[in-house]
Design a protein around this ligand. Structure first.
Ligand code: NAD
Ligand code: UD1
Length: 344
């Protein structure tokens, strides 16, 4: 029988790619999203690309009744939990909004799962839980030290999920904590991708909007970091590789005996760092478009460098990121170029 997976935040950037990958792998998909940062059109395109249907409910994960109905109506075997707010700057201005949406939203989801006796969960965590790491590359044993409200919601949720899986807890939860580095890129069709509202916070959507002429120039936040060219270094990972990591984590949970408590963190990154200027130059070369930029002051809260030790995911999940930087940047541009106004 085909297993059914509930995808929270399924209309979002990563969630929509996950829905597609699950459908293509033969799973049935139920998605819930309140569309606070996404568009239902993403899921229409997922259906088109997959040539299969999925069940979509527009709703909030804090709505216990809506979740109860979902679990009653569908034989859900596991949950991929992407729903959440993710803007660091906004989380500093409106911390309560973030604790309510991310932490209480997750508690509401876990309670609904418990009532329905569904115990397998894959959680979208972030490298942001490592704070300002002491050593590079970062492995999963590095101390957790999130330093902004967004990051702390992720850290709190990780701790809560860890507690559910303690040997003393009776429920037998099986949880994968996936710590993403910097997801970029889009499906190679150019039909689904990242569609940030307003001014993009993250590098790649800003770069593609400058390339498309929607913005005049890219602000490069600081060129006096202790890195090769002075600009910040990050571990960019193709969203399709990231989603493949979720399928591998799901397969891992599926092999565990039911009732056996399990909680494990895995970094999802390539293990390779690139600077902001390397990103800009490679983007220009691969896509043949200019990206004018200006050096600006450092952005508050930025680390100089951050890249993953992804060897645990390789050893334990049989997962490695396969797509190179040129592919990430070509796919990001194809999506932006084909959809200058995103899904609108
Ligand atoms: P996204 O904003 O595109 O997707 C999140 C989705 O969740 C959106 O569609 C939004 O409408 C929905 N949502 C938010 N709150 C909800 C609620 N209460 N009920 C129902 N739906 C709700 O973001 P994304 O980039 O796809 O990120 C997915 C997850 O991965 C998030 O939890 C994010 O924190 C995490 N993450 C993202 C990155 C990144 O760089 N994109 C990095 C690390 C971790
Ligand atoms: C940011 C968040 C992090 C979150 C992640 C994914 C901060 C401090 N960190 O990570 O918590 O998990 O996004 O949502 O906000 N840059 C520019 N110009 C720009 C944008 C970015 O030079 O217009 C630089 C940054 O200084 C950094 C690099 O590009 O060196 C990557 O930035 P970004 O895409 O925002 O990711 P992170 O800062 O790694």
């Amino acid at each position: 029988m085909t297993a059914t997976i509930l995808v929270t935040g399924g209309a979002g950037y990563i969630g929509s790619h996950a829905c597609l990958a699950l459908l293509q792998a033969g799973y049935a998909v139920v998605a819930i999203d309140n569309l606070c940062n996404s568009h239902a059109r993403a899921l229409e395109r997922v259906r088109q690309l997959a040539g299969r249907d999925l069940h979509f409910v527009q709703g909030d994960i804090r709505d216990a009744a809506a979740l109860g109905r979902l679990f009653a109506d569908h034989p859900i075997a596991a949950v991929m939990h992407f729903a959440g707010l993710k803007a660091v700057g906004e989380s500093c201005k409106k911390p309560l909004l973030y604790y309510d949406n991310n932490v209480l939203g997750t508690i509401s989801l876990l309670q609904a799962m418990e009532r329905a006796a569904v115990k397998r969960l894959i959680f979208s965590s972030s490298a942001t839980v490592y704070g300002f790491p002491e050593r590079m590359p970062i492995d999963e044993e590095a101390p957790l030290a999130a330093y902004n409200p967004y990051g702390r919601t992720k850290q709190m949720i990780e701790q809560m999920l860890g507690d559910l899986c303690l040997p003393t807890a009776q429920d037998g939860w099986q949880v994968a904590l996936l710590r993403y580095f910097n997801p970029v890129g889009a499906h190679e069709s150019g039909m689904i991708g990242e569609d940030p509202g307003g001014i993009p916070n993250n590098l790649l959507p800003y770069v593609t909007q400058v390339a498309a002429g929607r913005r005049e120039w890219l602000p490069v936040f600081g060129n006096d970091y202790p890195t090769a060219d002075g600009t910040g270094v990050r571990d960019y990972i193709h969203v399709l590789d990231l989603v493949d990591g979720h399928l591998k984590a799901l397969q891992k949970l599926e092999t565990l005996p039911e009732g056996e408590g399990f909680c494990r963190a895995w970094n999802l990154g390539t293990g390779q760092g690139y600077s902001v200027l390397e990103m800009v130059r490679t983007f220009e070369q691969v896509n043949g478009v200019a990206v004018p930029y200006r050096i600006m002051p450092r952005r508050d809260g930025d680390v100089a460098s951050c890249w993953a030790d992804a060897s645990r995911a390789k050893t334990e999940l049989g997962w490695v990121a396969k797509r190179d930087l040129a592919t990430m940047l070509a796919d990001s541009w194809r999506w932006q170029h084909n959809n200058p106004d995103g899904y609108r």
